[in-house]
Design a protein around this ligand. Structure first.
Ligand SMILES: *Cc1c(COP(=O)(O)O)cnc(C)c1O
Length: 389
């Protein structure tokens, strides 16, 4: 999905010739520049680049003060990493339904709130924006923090605001499968000073206070953190990738619009909370006959979300089995503080989610496709429609 070229080679060469790959004392300060550029691009007050999207989600939860005794609501359709960010801070994930947009159902989110709920993680899955207005409204009413998982939606927007900045904090990912990539990487975005400071301390084993100027005016007390620091080579690549981001998204949207326009006469498209704001790596089509979805998807070189493994909660083996850690005292599912707040997980606990995913076909979208290539895709989709009858 991501694009890469000679600019990345030049960026890596620059860092190697400089000889220092460590972000703190590198003369080039690639990471510091990268974070400044991200702040401008996304209109964020604070950005911390890290080793992964999972690291950014975890650091954000730590920054929000979430831990044992707390429930965090996650949708049943997201990569398992979202739920594991919750267990990694000792809290309990509560799985909620998605709606026909394939993102978190605001109604089920509200239904699943208990007095232990401290945060919700809406996920902009496949680049489809969540209904942030409703989610924020419900969260505010119940005094719940909102952490957006925008790992599959780098650079997308909801009503003009960049995804990741519509709630209290957000996480982006730059791993191999995302729209931009630096091998492995992630970023936390927030406009909240307190979340930023604590996430900053956490992501650098609290040692960063003794180095760089980033922390010189941090007021939060130091605590034991983890080591999620990025490095200068990844940051140099990421700076180039950031420059490509809006172009990739524009190409994705143009190609999605072209295909959507042609297919909408023949199929029912899944509704969207912000059709123009998404990062459409796929076009979602609603189908009646779930039994024939797999065969049809194969025939059109597309996909069915129900068969995407660890993206569907019913395949989150470690969560469903409540195996949170090796050491039982460190396992959120065995902690005393959590003993009354663990839901009854089961593979069929979110039936609407399974139904929506079973009745959806993805037409994959590539930013580089030509009109001819897209015409062939559209033709194939229509010609094979009989499979669904
Ligand atoms: C990729 C992804 C993550 C985790 O990102 P990593 O960089 O691989 O840690 C989290 N949530 C979702 C929805 C993702 O797709």
């Amino acid at each position: 999905m991501f694009r890469v070229g000679k600019e990345e080679i030049e960026a890596v060469t620059r860092v190697i010739e400089n000889g220092c790959f460590f972000k703190i004392n590198s003369g080039l300060q690639e990471t510091a520049h990268c974070e400044e550029e991200m702040k401008k691009l996304f209109n964020a007050e604070y950005v911390i680049t890290m080793t992964s999207g999972h690291a950014a989600l975890t650091a954000a939860l730590i920054g929000m003060g979430i831990g044992p005794g707390d429930q965090v609501i996650v949708p049943g359709y997201t990569y398992i990493s979202t739920a594991m960010a919750v267990t990694s801070v000792g809290a309990i994930p509560v799985i909620a339904e998605i709606d026909e947009t394939l993102t978190l159902s605001p109604e089920d989110f509200e239904r699943k709130i208990t007095k232990h709920t401290k945060a919700v993680i809406p996920v902009h899955i496949q680049g489809f924006p969540c209904n942030m207005d409703k989610i924020n409204e419900i969260a505010k009413k119940h005094n719940i923090l909102v952490l957006e998982d925008a790992c599959q939606a780098d650079g997308g927007t909801y009503k003009g605001t960049r995804l990741g900045l519509c709630g209290d904090a957000g996480a982006l990912s730059f791993n191999y499968y995302k729209v931009i990539s630096c091998g492995e990487g992630g970023a936390l975005l927030t406009n909240n000073r307190d979340i930023f400071e604590k996430a900053l301390i956490y992501h650098d084993s609290s040692a960063v206070a003794f180095f760089g100027d980033q922390l010189s005016d941090v007021e939060s007390q130091l605590f034991c953190g983890n080591e999620y620091r990025t490095n200068e080579i990844a940051s140099a690549i990421l700076r180039v990738q950031l420059g490509r981001l809006d172009g990739i998204i524009a190409d994705l949207r143009r190609n999605r619009d072209y295909i959507a326009e042609k297919l909408s006469a023949h199929f029912k498209l899944r509704p969207s909370n912000d059709f123009n704001g998404g990062v459409p790596t796929t076009l979602a089509i609603e189908i009646e006959n779930a039994d024939k979805a797999k065969e049809y998807a194969k025939a059109i070189d597309g996909g069915c979300p129900i068969f995407t493994g660890k993206h569907v909660y019913s395949n989150w083996t470690s969560i469903l089995a409540k195996n949170g850690a090796v050491n039982p005292n460190f396992d959120p599912f065995k902690m005393e503080a959590n003993k009354d707040i663990i839901p009854d997980y089961s593979p069929d606990m979110c039936p609407k989610t399974l139904e929506y995913l079973s009745k959806t076909i993805y037409v994959l979208i590539e930013p580089s496709w030509t009109k001819e290539e897209m015409d062939a895709i559209v033709e194939k989709a229509i010609a094979n429609k009989h499979i669904l009858d």
